[in-house]
Design a protein around this ligand. Structure first.
Ligand code: NAG
Length: 384
């Protein structure tokens, strides 16, 4: 406290000052700590719809205590006292989940109550990896939780569709609904999620096409949509995403070509998984020329034409799997000059000719090249 001004030296003024300095912090501290009755009732309704008996994650959720202090998985915004985060993870290593110190794995059943939408200051909602939680994603989350930044509900048995108005969550940075039983399409409104950095919808039963303007998601760094039933083309706009690092569309029913220019936008793209689709046409040269790419898996498609001969001494592939396509021509000479190729699979294509010699090929065995038309040399033995 600074030296009081002369005016503040009178006893009354000092008393008032003391009152102000004492009472205001007490009042704000009380407001920060106390859970509002509305938030507490919403949490109790959420608990009532779920059941978890083994670990007792809800044993700290007692009606008589303050939900902002000591309720497992609940935390409040200290400035307004509203519940800001609800985090319940079925795979965790904290003291409640793993009293023995070993990471524990929990099971919870029931459903996610609409009551979550009454926690209207929620910034993150994480109910992950409980394996037995069923029912739909309450569609009200998209309408009633405008402050939501993180929505993670993976590893349950959620059914129904992704709420069509999901695009209203303008602050959303993480949307992870992977490993559920979700059906229906990817809502077109998803491309309105201008803050989205991480989208994981992998391993569901999603159908329909990817929105044509998917590439509008300018902040998106990870797009993980593999192991669904998506059909139609890979939108050309995907090749214009400035921050895209990881793209996984594998194990769907996507058809048409790989967009020209994919991988040409700088060096942020590091992994591309497009395996086990129905992709046809040629492999864009831009993809294999990109020296930032460490993982490319295009296996199990109907790709044709040559493998572009565009590798450089900077090419560094942990994984390059082009197996089970209809590729013709030879093994590109420039690949022999790559800095590193960890796992190469060119098997089951229609390649022909001599396998070039070079360090990246020294550790590879015949399996990398088997099932082609007329390859020879290297691990396949002398060309005759
Ligand atoms: C490439 O992707 C396909 C389809 O997802 C998968 O079956 C295969 O195991 C992957 N290749 C490697 C080497 O991981």
């Amino acid at each position: 406290m600074a030296t009081p001004s002369p005016a503040a030296r009178s006893p009354a003024a000092l008393l008032a000052l003391a009152a102000v300095t004492l009472i205001i912090p007490l009042a704000t501290a009380a407001a920060a700590a106390a859970c509002s009755a509305a938030d507490r009732d919403a949490l109790l309704s959420i608990r009532a719809a779920l059941s978890e008996s083994h670990l007792g994650v809800f044993s700290s959720w007692k009606e008589t205590t303050d939900c902002c202090s000591g309720w497992y998985g609940v935390s409040c915004d200290p400035t307004n006292g509203h519940v800001a985060d609800l985090t319940l993870r079925g795979e965790a290593d904290d003291a409640v989940m793993a009293p023995s110190g070993r990471p524990a794995s929990g099971v919870m059943s029931g459903y996610i109550s609409d009551a979550v939408c009454r926690l209207d200051h929620l910034s993150s909602l994480i109910i992950a990896d409980w394996k037995q939680i069923t029912g739909p994603i309450p569609s009200c989350v998209a309408e009633d939780l405008p402050y939501l930044r993180i929505l993670e509900l993976p590893g349950n048995r959620l059914t129904g569709e992704i709420p069509s108005s999901i695009g209203s969550l303008s602050r959303l940075t993480v949307l992870n609904l992977a490993d559920n039983l979700l059906t229906g399409g990817i809502p077109p409104s998803i491309t309105s999620l201008i803050s989205l950095k991480h989208l994981d919808l992998a391993n569901n039963r999603l159908t329909g096409h990817l929105p044509g303007d998917f590439g509008e998601l300018a902040m998106l760094s990870r797009a993980l949509l593999g192991r669904n039933r998506l059909s139609g083309p890979i939108p050309a706009s995907v090749s214009k995403m400035p921050r895209l690092a990881d793209l996984d569309l594998s194990e769907n029913q996507l058809a048409g070509g790989i967009p020209d220019g994919l991988g040409s936008g700088g060096h942020v793209l590091t992994s591309v998984y497009l395996g086990a689709n129905r992709l046809s046409g040629r492999i864009p040269a831009s993809l294999l020329r990109n020296s930032g790419l460490g993982i490319v898996n295009l296996s199990r498609n109907a790709l044709e034409g040559d493998v572009p001969d565009v590798f450089t001494p900077e090419s560094y592939f942990m994984l390059l799997d082009l197996s089970r396509n209809r590729l013709t021509g030879g093994v590109p000479r420039s690949l022999a000059g790559a800095a590193y190729v960890g796992h190469l699979d060119l098997s089951h294509n229609r390649l022909c000719g001599a396998i070039p010699a070079g360090p990246p090929f020294d550790h590879l065995d015949a399996e990398s090249f088997g099932g082609n038309s007329c390859l020879c040399g290297g691990p396949l033995g002398k060309c005759t």
